[in-house]
Design a protein around this ligand. Structure first.
Ligand SMILES: [Fe+2]
Ligand SMILES: [Fe+2]
Length: 183
């Protein structure tokens, strides 16, 4: 592969950086495939639930799609937990950062905060504050995040649910992640 001439960035020429720009824009085109692969890899993530994290993600996206949510919303539902693998305490924020250039700010905020909102559904039984989400009570997207957790997250652990296949989300993923619209 063609490479730059420099060994320190400060010494790079305009031609070097033109080359890197070209290679980067080609690489970015593979993002939808990398995101789909990350969802697929959740087959071997956290255990203990009746479904894998991959199935949980498919259930979330399938329910969102069947409810007629936007493509951006369905894509966000599909990837909302891929951060589990690398950011165990901040997985929502990690995924929100991935979504931010491609998905409307409201949906990014929902994904970024879904962890604390999810506590509402299990906090009482596990000793964490179920009302921790109340710190965002006055936020314009509070209800959106509460709704996401209720309809597309806390209830998506059902082994009997007929989720759509991961492949069925490919066209939508390629569409949503084709171009950054919010840079
Ligand atoms: Fe999550
Ligand atoms: Fe989740």
């Amino acid at each position: 592969m063609e490479t730059v001439g420099f060994t320190a960035m400060a010494d790079g020429t305009p031609e070097d950086y033109a080359l890197l720009d070209r290679l980067e824009s080609e690489y970015v085109k593979g993002l939808p495939d990398r995101l789909l692969a990350a969802v697929d890899a959740l087959e071997h993530s956290l255990g203990g639930y009746q479904v894998t994290r991959r199935e949980h993600s498919l259930q979330s996206a399938t329910r969102a799609r069947r409810d007629g949510r936007s493509d951006e919303y369905v894509a966000a539902a599909l990837v909302h937990d891929i951060g589990d693998e690398l950011a165990p305490y901040t997985h929502g924020e990690m995924v929100a950062a991935i979504l931010r250039p491609y998905v409307e700010p409201r949906i990014c905020w929902v994904v970024g905060h879904h962890g604390v909102f999810q506590q509402y559904f299990y906090g009482r039984q596990s000793g964490v504050d179920p009302n921790a989400r109340d710190r965002y009570r006055d936020h314009e997207w509070f209800d959106d995040c509460a709704e996401f957790c209720e309809l597309y997250d806390q209830n998506c652990f059902d082994p009997a649910y007929d989720s759509l296949a991961l492949e069925s989300f490919e066209p939508l993923m390629r569409e949503v992640f084709a171009e950054p619209r919010f840079l």
